[in-house]
Each structure stands twice: as C-alpha cells, then as structure tokens.
Ligand binder design. Structure first.
Ligand code: ADP
Ligand code: ZN
Ligand code: ZN
Length: 754
C-alpha cells in the first residue's frame, strides 16, 4: 500500500505532479520533492491510497515534509487553483508568486514555527544593536534565538540594524530553538534587550476618535453585513476612509477571537503613514507587513505570522492578496482604482479582483476605498452589486479649490522654454511670501523628453527601443527610460553637424532649474526616481518637506500619493494635457484620478502654527484645454459626473466594464518570429472563438513596439461573457503551448495596459 500525492510544485510551467509516500500527508502540507535532478518545494493538493501497482511504484517519493508548519488550508489551495485557472498560468508559477522564496528553498528542519499565542517576545532597539555583540560566537542555539528575534548576524556587523527585522517570537517557538529559552529570554529582558508584549488585539495603544456621522453610517453598514458583502467606500482624500478601515478592523478583531484582517495598499513606500496608523492602533506585534521591499528573511517571518494566525492584521501590496490567512474575516482595498494592483509580469493577476474573490469564497465583507473609484467598481455600485458608502466631507481641513490656467491666453508662456505661467507665478509668490509650501508635479523625469536638431530634424532616439532618449542635464547624458541605454550628449548633431541641439518638452529637472532661476530665494526640492535612487533618499526628502525645510517641491506622481503634507496650500499640475489624448482608453480615468489625488495633498492644514490664517488651499492646472469636460468635472469635484460620462463612452465603444477582454502578448528579438507566431495563434483561435461568440482582433504592435531590441506584439480578444472568454482561453492556451514556439508569449486576462 502506498499513497499517491498530487503536488503543486514550485516550477514555472508545471501543473500538478504525482509523488508517492508511505504514509498519507494532509492536503496543504508543504513538501520537498525531486524534480529532474533538483529538489523543489511543493504543496500537497490531494492524497489517495493506491495499491502497489507498477504505476504507483514508479512514482518518485516525497523527500521531506514540513510537518511543523500547519498545512495550507483548503480555502488557500482553492485560491491558488483559481488564480492559475482564471489567469491562465500553471499552478507552479502561482506558487512561486505566493510563497516566500525562503520557504521554497529551505529544508523543513531549518524552519521553526509556532502556534498562535498572545504573549510574544520582541527585540528592543537596544537589543537589535547590542545583543549580537554580547553573544559573540558563544553558542549556536543562542544565536538561533537571537536571529529569530531579528538580531543581525555577525556577518552583518557593520550594517545598521533595521527595526523592520525585529520579529515577534512566541515562547513555544523559542523553545524549539533553545531548550532553556525561557531563562535566556528572561535574562535578556532584564538587560533591556527584549520585551514581552501582549498581542491580544484589545491592547490598542491609541484611542480611536469618535466618528463623524457619515463615517459612523459606513462603519455601521460594514459591521452589520453578513456573508459576502462588497462595499465601495467613496470619499475624497482626507474624508476619513482610513479611520473607517481602522474601526471596521477593530470591530472584527474584537468580535471574533483570533480573527484576521487583510489590508491592501498600492505602494507601501508611498504610504508610510498608513502603516504607522495601523501600528499605533493595534500594536506592531499584531501587524505583518508584506511587500516586495522586504528582505527574504523578513518576508518569511511576516508570511509565517500571517499563516500561523499570529498576525491579526496583514498590511501589504498586491502580493499580500495571496497570503495564507486561515482566520481571514475582513478585507480592505485602499485606493482600489490604483493600477499597481495589477501584477504585470508572470501570473498577471489583479489583487483587487482577487480580494473580491476571496471575500465571496469566505463569505465576508470587502471594503474598496477610493476618491476616484475604478469605473468597474463605480458601475458595480450603480447597479447595486456593491453597496455604496459615501463620505462627502473632509474630516479635517477643507477641499482645495481647483482653478484652470489657460496656457493659450498667457503671454509669458509664448517665450520658448517658458514653463511657469502668470497665474501659477502669482500663486507661487503668494505662498513664498506667506511661508507656505507648494507642490508642482509632472509625469516626466529628466530634463527634457527628447533632444532635437532644429536644422535637420534629428531626434535623440534609443537605438534599442521605439522610444526617445531622455535628456538628463545633471550628468549630461541621454538615457532610455525603457531599456536603460545611456549615452553622452553629442557635441554636434549626428545628422548634420549643427551645434544647436535643443531640448524639447519638459521634465522635472528642467522645472527645478526654471524655478531656481525665477525664485532664487526659495528652497526647492525634487522628488523623482532619479533623485531618490539611494535607499532612504525618498524618505529623507519627504521628511525635510514635512519639517518645513522646503518651499517648493517638484516631482513626478511619486509626490501625489499618500503623503499628508500639513503645510502645502498650493498644488499645481504643469500641463497634464497629454493624458487627455493618449491611445490608452483608460488615459482619462487615470488622469482624473491622479489630479484628484494630487489635489488631496493641499489643504490639510487649517491655519498656521502662529495662528494666522493659511491661504485657501488650491489646485492649479496649467492647460491648453480648459473647456475639456474632464477638467470641468475636476473643477466641480464631480467624480460621479465624470464617471457617468466615461461609462457612456465605454458602453458605446463596447469597452470594459461592459465587455471582458484578454490579450495575447508575444515578444521576440526576431520580428518575423513574432508575426508568424501570432498568425498561427489567430488561425488556432478562429474555430474556438466563433461558437463561443468571442471576438478576435488582428495582431498589432504593442504601444511600445520594441524594447531592448525585443519586438512586442499583441492580439485582443473580447466577449460579453466572462465564462465564454475563459473557456475559449483555456483551450486556446493548450493549443498555443503545443506549438512549442521560441517566441515568449503570455495571456493577460483583464488587461489594463495596451
Ligand atoms: P482618508 O483615508 O479618506 O484620506 P483619513 O482617515 O486619513 O482620510 O482622515 C483624514 C484626517 O482626518 C486624518 O488625520 C485623520 O486622523 C482625521 N480623522 C478622520 N476621521 C476623524 C474623526 N472622526 N475625528 C477626528 N479626526 C478624524
Ligand atoms: Zn541636425
Ligand atoms: Zn531603450
């Protein structure tokens, strides 16, 4: 007698494989199995008894099982299979995205795990710094204990300790690392290196404010919900959405012992305040944080905290939606419209959509929050599929007034290279005089998007991409923002030898320079991907803005997200018109969301510290199209009006959310190979698509048709019915795989980028 185990192995491209074992392993057990000449990790998905038939005997045996780790539960395993099926990927690839690398590469013996427990030890800051030195190389077991608490190992002696390393450690867990763990930890506590923290969620360290009536109504609706209940919490920046999340989470935790809450946020580095607020409210020991910026060790510890139930709140970016949370009772998706919820590589899943799927699976509430919901969610709220909760007022401060400055009527902007119009100039001077801050943003880093020769029309194009090289003045380079190619600025035009090469258009560096020239007394800071490349650079620049050491902040969209700037009373967008007229059908939606979000950076403060009235907060948009309906809606703070107009357009154009789409993306260095592959793909698709009523569009080049010498093309599929599209894709994908083409291809379901 032996047992056949179906295992989802951690190897891209592979579905479930069979392995044998003499005793049955519970589904969800993490195992190590042989694959070719390697050993890889996998998750047991099913197990059946089998006689000693030749087939059973021929199976390779499971090498080891992580039996100290609680098995991944059925709900998680279903999620894994759903992601693979819906997004047309192999299960093996989804495992790779869902489990931390250290779990996938370790042997079971290396892994200390734990049962949920409310009393845990935590390393103090002093401990992080001193404990390691006190141990020197004394005992392996002591070191194991210290490392589990996050103390940097001897090899990291020179690196400063990172407080994010400090991980809660339960006593049971500690005992498995050191037999006398209790005594040792008591000694360390005496020395001030560790502290015992109570992780019971009632131990909130910060009191919650009383809710405003609209907030209270929203909270009440969420708390009263039963079973799967999707909510759209619609409220401008500062209207108190986060406070509603906090109190909804708190209610869930108090009502059900051991319950867990998942909070998704687009980019954790841009929302440090969100993490801090959850920490303050619930205590850091209850919080696991999951995002791609963690070290492998940190990611494993936080993942385990979620999986074992020790973490009551898991706060993370899109990958956190795949976390194992056995007692999940509430999901929050903050800024649900944000496109970074869509994974753009490998298994291209949408974390927002998966959050809703998990909510339905578990029969729990899902709160989607936004000031500018995605049109998908807005329509769902309009048709009653989601419950709409609205916060109309700012919780503190006032909404900025939005003004449009017409660039066509502004004589100062006629001069070539002029960037700051009259209206903006006056507004900036007023802020400078009053000692208030201004924030200017535009979506282009570098000095100018292209360098050009007025004599012969030469342009600085990337030799490897269908894109311009961006002129960076600080180091006099031309750089490709797509492939990283870099070249020195040529002294003369490569086309005609002219010495008069001109920067065309504007980037953040150029704006910074123009501001410095115009306002020599002002302290100016720039925040974009170039100025913040060093680790910690972004944080320290933001800190100096918060500290009032900056008068004018210039940046890309990095500055428009998340931060609560107390002293900013002016936000200006420098000609965002390009977003109105892109090939991208979602361009307007994105532009509107970005401008609203940027507007939200102004007017947090009511009055100055010395009591004098601050300027009325305002947002200024320099535009050549002030009559455009999008800007009109912006001035009126009218998201519903904007969304309704957009939805009418979408319905007319047969676009999502009125249809469902998928994209076959293909790329290769040989253009012909891509064309050939897609022609074959189209032929295969026709007989599959017709009976299901799926519309096929001919293959076309991607918006960026060549990157780093790789040609990229795509083919769009569309259907009124999600199910029909799914069936078509599943058979088509099989047929495509059988082609064994050298072209790299992938199916992108519900694509956001074209
Ligand atoms: P949002 O998430 O919609 O941007 P927040 O929840 O961050 O809004 O609230 C904006 C500000 O108002 C925060 O400083 C928050 O602490 C404060 N705030 C929110 N709700 C209340 C309330 N009911 N009473 C007092 N202050 C509140
Ligand atoms: Zn020239
Ligand atoms: Zn390039």
């Amino acid at each position: 007698m032996c047992f056949v185990h179906q295992v989802a192995v951690d190897a891209p491209g592979l579905q479930l494989l069979d392995y044998s074992a003499e005793t049955p392993l519970a589904p969800g057990t993490l195992v190590r199995v042989p694959l070719g000449r390697q050993t890889v990790s996998g998750v047991v998905m099913a197990c059946t008894a089998m006689d000693d038939s030749p087939r059973a005997i021929a199976l390779r045996p499971i090498e080891a099982a992580f039996d100290t780790l609680p098995p991944l539960d059925a709900a998680w395993r279903e999620l894994l299979q759903f992601v693979a099926r819906y997004y047309q990927r192999a299960v093996g690839e989804v495992i790779g995205a869902a489990l931390p690398a250290q779990l996938r590469n370790r042997k079971p013996a290396d892994l200390a795990t734990t049962t949920p427990q409310d009393l845990v030890y935590r390393c103090t800051e002093a401990g992080l710094e001193e404990l390691g030195a006190s141990l020197a190389r004394r005992s392996v077991a002591l070191w194991r204990l210290a490392r589990a608490l996050g103390v940097p190992g001897p090899e990291a002696a020179d690196a400063p300790p990172d407080p994010a390393d400090s991980a809660p450690l339960a006593l049971s867990e500690a005992r498995s690392l050191h037999p006398q763990a209790r005594q040792v930890l008591a000694e360390w506590a005496q020395a001030g290196w560790v502290e015992l923290v109570d992780t019971a969620p009632s131990a909130a360290s910060m009191p919650a404010p009383d809710l405003h009536p609209e907030q209270a109504q929203a909270l009440q609706a969420i708390a009263a919900s039963d079973g799967f209940a999707p909510f759209l919490l619609f409220g401008v920046t500062g209207s108190g959405k986060t406070e509603v999340y906090l109190q909804a989470a708190s209610q869930v935790l108090q009502r059900k012992p051991g319950a867990q809450v998942l909070v998704l946020t687009p980019e954790i580095n841009l929302t440090p305040q969100l993490v801090r607020r959850f920490e303050q409210r619930f205590g850091a020991a209850h919080l696991a944080v999951l995002h791609s910026g963690l070290s492998e060790g940190q990611r494993l510890r936080h993942w385990l905290a979620a999986h074992t139930g020790r973490a009551r709140i898991v706060l993370g970016t899109r990958l956190a939606v795949l976390a194992s949370m056995p007692s999940l009772r509430l999901i929050v998706v903050d800024e649900e419209h944000d496109t970074s919820y869509k994974q753009q590589e490998g298994a291209r899943y949408s974390a927002r959509d998966l959050a809703l799927w998990r909510g339905r699976q578990l029969g729990i509430a899902v709160v989607l929050g936004s000031a500018t919901p995605s049109l998908e969610s807005w329509r769902a709220a309009q048709t009653g599929r989601y419950t709409l909760l609205t916060l109309t007022q700012r919780a503190s401060g006032v909404l900025p007034r939005v003004r449009l400055a017409d660039t066509r009527r502004d004589p100062t902007l006629r001069a070539s290279g002029a960037l700051i119009g009259q209206t903006l100039d006056a507004a900036l001077r007023q802020r400078l005089e009053r000692g208030e801050q201004s924030l200017l943003f535009l979506n282009r880093r570098g000095y100018a998007p292209v360098l050009s020769c007025p004599d012969c029309g030469w342009m600085s194009d990337c030799p490897h991409c269908d894109a311009h090289l961006v002129f960076h003045r600080t180091d006099r380079t031309l750089r490709c923002h797509h492939c990283g190619f870099q070249a020195a600025v040529p002294r003369a035009c490569p086309g005609c030898g002219s010495l008069d090469l001109q920067p065309v258009g504007k980037g953040t560096q150029r704006v910074e320079e123009a501001l410095a020239e115009k306002y020599p007394q002002a302290r100016i800071a720039r925040i974009d991907a170039d100025s913040t490349r060093r680790k910690g650079a972004a944080a320290s620049r933001f800190d100096s803005v918060h500290a009032g050491e900056v008068d004018i902040l210039v940046g890309t969209q990095m500055v428009t997200k998340g931060h609560d700037f107390q002293r900013v009373t002016l936000v200006a967008a420098l000609n965002p018109d390009a977003g109105l007229f892109t090939h991208d059908p979602r361009g307007p939606e994105r532009l509107f969301a970005q401008l609203m979000q940027a507007a939200g950076r102004a007017g947090r403060a009511v009055s100055d510290q010395d009591g004098s009235e601050a300027s009325a907060p305002e947002m200024l948009v320099q535009t050549g199209h002030p009559e455009h309906p999008l800007y009109r809606a912006l001035v009126a703070h009218d998201y519903p009006g904007f969304a309704q107009a957009e939805l009418i357009e979408r319905e007319r154009g047969g676009m999502p959310p009125f249809t469902f789409q998928a994209l076959l993306r293909a790329e290769h260095r040989s253009f012909d190979a891509v064309v050939e592959f897609l022609a074959a793909a189209q032929q295969l698709a026709v007989p599959l698509a017709q009976p299901l009523g799926v519309t096929l569009y001919p293959p076309i080049p991607a918006a960026l048709a060549r990157v780093a010498d790789v040609h990229r093309m795509q083919m769009l599929l569309e259907s009124q019915h999600r199910g029909a599209l799914q069936r078509m894709l599943t058979s088509w994908r099989g047929a495509l795989a059988a082609q064994r083409s050298r072209v790299r291809w992938a199916v992108d379901v519900d694509p956001l980028d074209f």
